[in-house]
Design a protein around this ligand. Structure first.
Ligand code: ATP
Ligand code: MG
Length: 355
C-alpha cells in the first residue's frame, strides 16, 4: 500500500476550521481505496506558538518538514502578533528553503457561481506567480528616521535563472494543455532594470516553445483587461508582487477568497511543495463556522494532482462542483446559510457517491 506523508499546519483563525474539512476529504478518499493511505502529522506552528516561544516554528522546523511528501497549510495571522512575523518567519522560509518558486493560482469560475462582472464566457485561467524572489525581498533599509528627510529603499531582486525556471514551468503547462498564448505581466517601460531582465528571460524561454505566442502586457493595462475580458486569458506569468495582486483580482472575479486555492510548487520535487488557500486567517469570522472551506479543499485537490493522483484530484473537483451547483450547502460568502462543516460534509458525501 502506498503511503503519502502529509505535514498539516492548520495555523490561526479560520485556518484550523477549513483545514479540518480538507482533511475530512483526504480521509474519505483513502477510506474508499485500499491501495493508498494518507498519514498526517499536525504541526501547531501558529501565532499561539509564537506567543509562547517567540518564534513561529522550532529551530529545526524546516528539517522536520523536509521529510514529508507535501505540506498542507491553512492560514496564519493573529491580531496579537505583528503582521510580518508569520510571513517572514514561517511562510517565506518554507517557500524559499524548499525552492517552491512557482506559486500556481488557478482562477476558475465554477458553474453556478456568479461573477461580479458579465464575462462573455467561463473564466478559467492560471496565474503563475514567481514565488522566491522579486519585489518581496528583505533587501533595503531606512535612513534619517525621525526627520523630515526620512527615506526608504526597497530592492527588487530579479535573476535570469529565477525567471526562466518559473517561465519554463508555465510554458510546459501551456504546451501540455494546448494553450496558444502566454501573457507576460510586466512594467518594463517604467521599472527599467528589473522588469527588462524579466521580459528578456521570459522571451528566452518562449523561444523554445515556437508554437506558443507570448504577449507582454503592462500590469496596469492587464488589470483592466482582466475586468473587461477575463474569459480570453489562459496562462499569465507574473512577478511576486504582480502575481499576488492579479490573483486576488482573479479570485474576486470567480466568487471570492472562499473559492481560491493555491499551490507553492517545487517542480523538481527535491523538497515538499505546499498547498494553501489564497485567503488569510480572517480573524473577523473565525470560530463561527461561517468560513467557506472550498478554497482549502480545492488546495487539497492541487496537492493530490502534484502527488501524481490526478484521478483523486478530479474526484474532489467534481464533488466541489456538485456542491456549488446544488447550492444547498453553501456558506454565507456564497449566499447560503451552511456552516463550514456542513459544506465539508456535503463534499465528502459527493466523494462517497463517486468512489
Ligand atoms: P491576510 O493578511 O493573511 O491576507 P486578512 O485577514 O487580511 O489576512 P483574509 O483573511 O484573506 O485577509 O480575509 C479577508 C476577508 O475575506 C476576511 O475578513 C473574511 O471576511 C473574508 N474571507 C477570507 N477567507 C474566507 C473564507 N474562506 N470564507 C469566507 N470568507 C472569507
Ligand atoms: Mg489579505
Amino acid at each position: 500500500m502506498k503511503t503519502y506523508h502529509l505535514a498539516v499546519l492548520p495555523g490561526d483563525g479560520i485556518g484550523p476550521e477549513v483545514v479540518n474539512e480538507g482533511m475530512k476529504v483526504v480521509q474519505a478518499l483513502s477510506e474508499a481505496d485500499s491501495s493508498f493511505q494518507f498519514e498526517s502529522t499536525t504541526l501547531e506552528w501558529n501565532s499561539e506558538y509564537y506567543l509562547k516561544h517567540n518564534r513561529m516554528m522550532p529551530e529545526n522546523g524546516l528539517s522536520i518538514l523536509e521529510n514529508y511528501d507535501a505540506i498542507y497549510f491553512g492560514a496564519v495571522g493573529d491580531p496579537r502578533v505583528p503582521e510580518h512575523i508569520p510571513i517572514w518567519e514561517l511562510i517565506m522560509p518554507i517557500r524559499k528553503n524548499f525552492h517552491q518558486y512557482v506559486n500556481l493560482r488557478p482562477i476558475k469560475q465554477l458553474p453556478g457561481v456568479k461573477s461580479p462582472i458579465h464575462a462573455k464566457g467561463l473564466i478559467d485561467f492560471y496565474v503563475y506567480r514567481e514565488n522566491a524572489e522579486g519585489e518581496y525581498s528583505n533587501s533595503g533599509g531606512r535612513l534619517y528616521q525621525g526627520t523630515s528627510d526620512e527615506l526608504a529603499i526597497q530592492n527588487t531582486v530579479i535573476t535570469k535563472k529565477g525567471v526562466e525556471r518559473l517561465a519554463r514551468y508555465a510554458f510546459e503547462y501551456a504546451e501540455k494543455t494546448g494553450v496558444k498564448k502566454v501573457v507576460n505581466a510586466t512594467k518594463s517601460n517604467a521599472i527599467i532594470h528589473s522588469m527588462n531582465l524579466w521580459d528578456e528571460s521570459v522571451k528566452s524561454v518562449a523561444a523554445s516553445f515556437p508554437e506558443i505566442e507570448v504577449e507582454d502586457t503592462y500590469i496596469d493595462a492587464l488589470a483592466a483587461h482582466l475586468v473587461q475580458r477575463p474569459e480570453t486569458f489562459d496562462v499569465i506569468v507574473a512577478s511576486n508582487l504582480f502575481g499576488d495582486i492579479l490573483s486576488d483580482l482573479g479570485a474576486a472575479l470567480v466568487g471570492g477568497l472562499g473559492l481560491s486555492p493555491s499551490a507553492n510548487l517545487n517542480p523538481e520535487r527535491n523538497y515538499p511543495s505546499m498547498f494553501e488557500p489564497i485567503h488569510g486567517s480572517a480573524p473577523d469570522i473565525s470560530g463561527k463556522q461561517t468560513a467557506n472551506p472550498i478554497a482549502q479543499i480545492w488546495s487539497a485537490a492541487l496537492m493530490l494532482e502534484h502527488l501524481g493522483r490526478e484521478d483523486l484530484a478530479s474526484i474532489v473537483m467534481k464533488a466541489i462542483e456538485n456542491v456549488v451547483n446544488e447550492k444547498t450547502a453553501l456558506t454565507p460568502d456564497l449566499g447560503g446559510t451552511a456552516r463550514t462543516f456542513e459544506t465539508g460534509d456535503a463534499i465528502v458525501q459527493h466523494i462517497h457517491k463517486q468512489t
